[in-house]
Design a protein around this ligand. Sequence first.
Ligand code: MN
Length: 133
Amino acid sequence: MPEPRVLIVEDNEANLHLMQEVLKPLGYEILVASDGEEGVRLARERLPDLIVMDIQLPKMDGLTATRLIKSTPETCRIPVIAVTAHALLRDKENAQKAGCNDYVTKPLNTRLFREKVRGFLQPSPAPAGKTGS
Ligand code: MN
């Protein structure tokens, strides 16, 4: 099985570097986009298993990019973790409304970030009482 593919959409170089440092040891294939338009394009072309989406991005913000990704049949099932600059309730609600599955805040808590990413990429056990088909 190929390693999971993670798309990071982040325009802040320091934060991008930090995310890569956290995820690389886990063996994931990492794709990078530095603006929202490129993020949507890469999501459609490369179909990652998970997207880490900064909200404040050039050309197209992360909420708009997420809405596009979530309204496209080919990409709508890809989980999106939003990266917000503030821990405000409004930011969380906006991220959820746009279709984000989870969110983390800056400055990045690397341990929490790693756990959330792994949570989305680990195969979930089959529901009890059901056999595979
Ligand atoms: Mn940003």
